[in-house]
Design a protein around this ligand. Structure first.
Ligand code: SF4
Length: 341
């Protein structure tokens, strides 16, 4: 599709959802949008958000991730320079042999070749093989409609040429389990049939799946309903994981009020408050002894309006406990949080 047609799609989605943010056109296109390290017990993770054209869908109710990238096409040569920038970064170089997982994102779909160049993707895989000898997982964020098995097989074959076996993980946004909330209110555009079709495609190859969920993603949902929605999602993903013998991780993000979205309007009118972390612990606790694993996202990425984050001045001790849970997967930590409410 022509780049200006994609820009029109992005603007259509943003307008449909009443988004008021602007895109980051001032960003230097030779630099990634963001990059950071995470250090769970299983090894060092490098998270890279490339600066590309924004998510074509762009209409999900509470999402302002596109505001960190461009509404216009970013050429493959700029993207390759962003990749070079990663691999000459002194901190990345000094920790290269420790990196076990790389997560690649563009705040949209890295498998959408109209927004993330295929040439740049191939170049990135080559650089990962050359520079990260102990890489064991490559995770790519994408909407399911851009997941192409032939492309995954090709990437997987290329990764197998690296020094260490590296498996692929596809990370998709699910956000809410209730069909009405997910598709009519949040406007995610994801049916369970499409999700299960993706699972059927991926399972025979042993690729892993990560599903992003948001606790309390929309106005009009009580805290109790929000907990129940995540618990229902855990039960569903658990059934799917068992039935298809596929590894599924739920990445549970407590919702924050993102600037320039309909959630901000509701928040300012007193019709929305972010979830309590105690409720997030209660929802996550439901994954105890299940096949589906769970990770709790504890960052608002600096994208929340003032007072609209689940991170409060007085809940750092709780955040520390949840971080401990993420590192250890010790459900007793969640038990303790639930009991002391
Ligand atoms: S949640 Fe994902 S699919 Fe939806 S608008 Fe944001 S980046 Fe696009």
């Amino acid at each position: 599709m022509k780049p200006d047609a994609i820009t029109r799609q992005i603007l259509f989605g943003s307008q449909k959802a009443g988004k008021t943010y602007t895109f980051d056109e001032k960003h230097d296109p030779t630099l990634p949008a963001q990059q950071w390290f995470q250090e769970p017990d299983e090894g060092l993770i490098l998270f890279i958000v490339f600066y590309t054209q924004a998510c074509r869908w762009s209409r999900c109710l509470g999402c302002n991730l596109p505001s960190k990238v461009s509404q216009d096409h970013v050429p493959y040569k700029s993207l390759m320079t962003q990749i070079d920038h990663i691999f000459v970064d002194p901190e990345v170089r000094s920790r290269a042999s420790l990196i076990r997982k790389v997560i690649i994102s563009n705040n949209g779909s890295v498998l959408d070749e109209d927004t993330f160049s295929s040439t740049a993707l191939m170049y990135l895989i080559a650089q990962l093989n050359l520079n990260f000898p102990n890489l064991s997982v490559l995770s790519m964020e994408s909407r399911p409609e851009y997941v192409d098995l032939a492309e995954l097989e090709f990437i997987s074959r290329a990764l197998a040429e690296g020094d260490t076996p590296t498996r692929l993980e596809i990370a998709i946004g699910f956000e809410a389990f209730d069909n009405r909330i997910r598709n009519e209110v949040f406007d995610k555009g994801l049916s369970l049939e499409a999700f299960e079709g993706l699972v059927l495609k991926m399972a025979p190859y042993g690729y892993h799946l990560k599903c992003y969920f948001m606790q309390k993603p929309v106005p009009g949902m009580s805290d109790v309903e929000a907990v129940a929605d995540i618990q229902n999602a855990i039960d569903y993903l658990n059934r799917i994981a068992d039935k298809h013998d596929i590894h599924i991780n739920m990445h549970l993000n407590p919702t924050y009020v993102a600037t320039g979205t309909a959630l901000e309007t509701a928040f300012r009118k007193g019709r929305y408050t972010p979830p309590f972390l105690e409720d997030v612990a209660e929802a996550a606790h439901h994954a105890r002894a299940k096949s589906v694993s769970i990770f709790i996202g504890l960052s608002d990425e600096g994208l929340a309006v003032e007072g609209g984050s689940f991170l409060l001045e007085d809940n750092q001790a709780l955040v520390d406990k949840l971080e401990r849970f993420n590192r250890s997967h010790d459900f007793n930590i969640l038990d303790e949080i639930c009991k002391t409410r």
